[in-house]
Design a protein. Structure first.
Lengths: 287, 231
């Protein structure tokens, strides 16, 4: 019974981290930027939705406006920071440090505007507990999380493989040089990717805090797990990133049956080490 | 002349790779650009394409100077590059490769639509759903050639298209190049290590040595001269 509840909780949280991983993988595969500031975009989404819902805006509208805010922030980071550094031929390490700087600015601005402490983010529907067969209990926020995050993942796959823009993004990721000389305009595609990934990451950024509150520095741990899922899943594989994120969080949750909760991050890194030793290119790496 | 290079100089960092380079190619003409490794052939093509900024000189396309014209606009005007060894999107299927480039380059009235390419290169039609990176070297090069001519090309810059291909495949690929060039008046600048095949295909030959042009003439004149002295 407890194991089943932990498994389901793992799938719920894993689906949220899966969307973080998919969005991060989409950015990394296309732009080759290790976009650490994505954690800041994730965090901003939650705060924007919280501000709106506090003023009576319905949850769906608040989510959509928060997504728009994240799209603007992500696009600005690409246009004003990464694209400029790329034009100047900056090394990847320089871009990573710039991204860390952007994350620090976003986190500190959020802490200054709101509060550095945890804010309670709640809605009546989110806290309602639903009893399911088998003695399972899920909150409204958890049900919304699993449904919307799985839907977002499915929609991303359909978008990437069935739409012209999705194929164009995959082409830029596959061969950026050829993309340049076939007029696919990689730099413009990078902005589109950053906008799409920022909208995506806003979803778990809003739904997650409904369960455990808002914190300005709360985006880093999800991004760390998402990064490990992306690498273990195989860079370039969106399904691999999502699947590994779900698997990692399920294992973290099931590990609670045999070890204390503070060891959960250890489970994540143990999985990472196993992959680095036996399958360093990841589970679904391209041939 | 569709493509003219005048007194061109270019390089990387502190190193100058080509200097005072001038040649031109006319509509429907095949120019073989030969030279030893490191002579500056690829740098020449990249500079013409706008991928490397020239340090001196001028590139003119259809009579218009290209100094301030970005790569995407040069491509749209019909200047195309088939890069050495990386002319496909390996993670996409053949049809996806063609669709994604056609959407940007083959608008209505284009010389080579996807359907025309599938007729011209039936092997691609048979492999539509195959992941491009999993095809044989010859098939990948046919796809790379197809992507280079999609839309309405006016001048093709081919960078070592025969590299890694069996002789019969080189023959087949060069026959396609010749057909496209003759039937549609497309100019070709062919950079090639396979000198015999290049001389057989070309209307004119230019030979580079250490970044400078040392020979410009017909294939017959090239054969009559001591060709290897130029390398």
């Amino acid at each position: 019974m407890l194991a089943l509840q932990l498994l389901v909780n793992g799938i719920v949280t894993g689906s949220a981290l899966g969307v973080v991983a998919v969005s991060f993988a989409l950015i990394y595969a296309t732009t080759r930027v290790f976009h650490v500031a994505h954690a800041g975009v994730y965090t901003l989404g939650g705060y924007l939705a919280w501000s709106l819902m506090r003023h009576g805006v319905p949850a769906i509208a608040a989510l959509l406006v928060a997504m728009a805010g994240c799209v603007v922030l992500g696009s600005l980071i690409q246009i004003l920071l990464y694209a400029r550094l790329e034009r100047r031929g900056a090394a990847q390490l320089v871009v990573l440090i710039a991204s860390l700087g952007a994350l620090a600015v976003i986190q500190n601005l959020i802490a200054a505007i709101y509060s550095p402490d945890i804010l309670n983010f709640s809605a009546a529907w989110a806290g309602q507990v639903v009893a399911l067969p088998g003695g399972l209990r899920l909150t409204g926020a958890q049900i919304a999380t699993v449904v919307l995050d799985f839907a977002a993942f499915g929609a991303t796959l359909v978008f990437a493989h069935r739409t012209l823009l999705g194929k164009r993004i995959r082409a830029v990721a596959s061969n950026p040089f050829l993309a340049e000389i076939t007029r696919l305009e990689p730099r413009r595609v990078h902005v589109y990717v950053m906008a799409i990934a920022s909208a995506l990451v806003c979803l778990p950024g809003v739904l997650g805090p409904l369960d455990y509150g808002l914190q300005p520095y709360g985006g880093v741990t999800p991004l760390l797990t998402a990064t490990i899922a992306m690498i273990a899943g195989g860079i370039g594989s969106l399904a691999g990133a999502f699947g590994l994120a779900v698997a990692i969080v399920v294992l973290q949750n099931l590990a609670l049956l045999v070890m204390p909760g503070e060891w959960s991050i250890g489970v994540t890194f143990a999985i990472f080490v196993v992959f680095m030793l036996f399958r360093p290119r990841g589970l679904f790496a391209g041939k | 002349m569709i493509l003219e290079l005048e007194g061109l100089a270019a390089g990387y960092g502190a190193k100058t790779v080509i200097s005072d380079l001038s040649f031109a190619v006319a509509e429907g003409e095949i120019l073989a650009l030969l030279g030893h490794n490191g002579a500056g052939k690829t740098t020449t093509l990249k500079t013409a394409m706008g991928l490397i900024a020239p340090r001196a000189g001028l590139v003119r396309f259809a009579g218009v100077p290209l100094a301030r014209v970005p790569v995407a606009e040069r491509v749209a005007r019909g200047l195309r590059l088939l890069p050495e060894g990386r002319g496909i999107f390996p993670d996409l299927t053949v049809a996806e490769n063609i669709d994604v480039v056609a959407a940007r380059l083959a608008a209505g009235g284009a010389m080579f639509t996807p359907e025309a390419l599938y007729r011209l290169l039936p092997v691609l039609a048979e492999r539509r759903t195959t992941r491009a990176g999993s095809m044989s070297g010859g098939q990948q090069q046919m796809l790379a050639f197809a992507l280079a001519i999609l839309g309405t090309p006016r001048c093709l810059l081919l960078d070592e298209p025969s590299i890694g291909l069996a002789p019969n495949l080189v023959e087949r690929l060069f026959a396609q190049v010749r057909d496209v060039c003759r039937a549609h008046g497309v100019a070709v600048v062919l950079v090639e290590q396979n000198v015999a095949a290049a001389l057989a295909l070309a209307d004119r030959v230019a030979i580079m040595n250490s970044g400078k042009l040392v020979f410009d003439g017909t294939p017959e004149a090239a054969r009559a001269s001591n060709l290897w002295e130029h390398f």
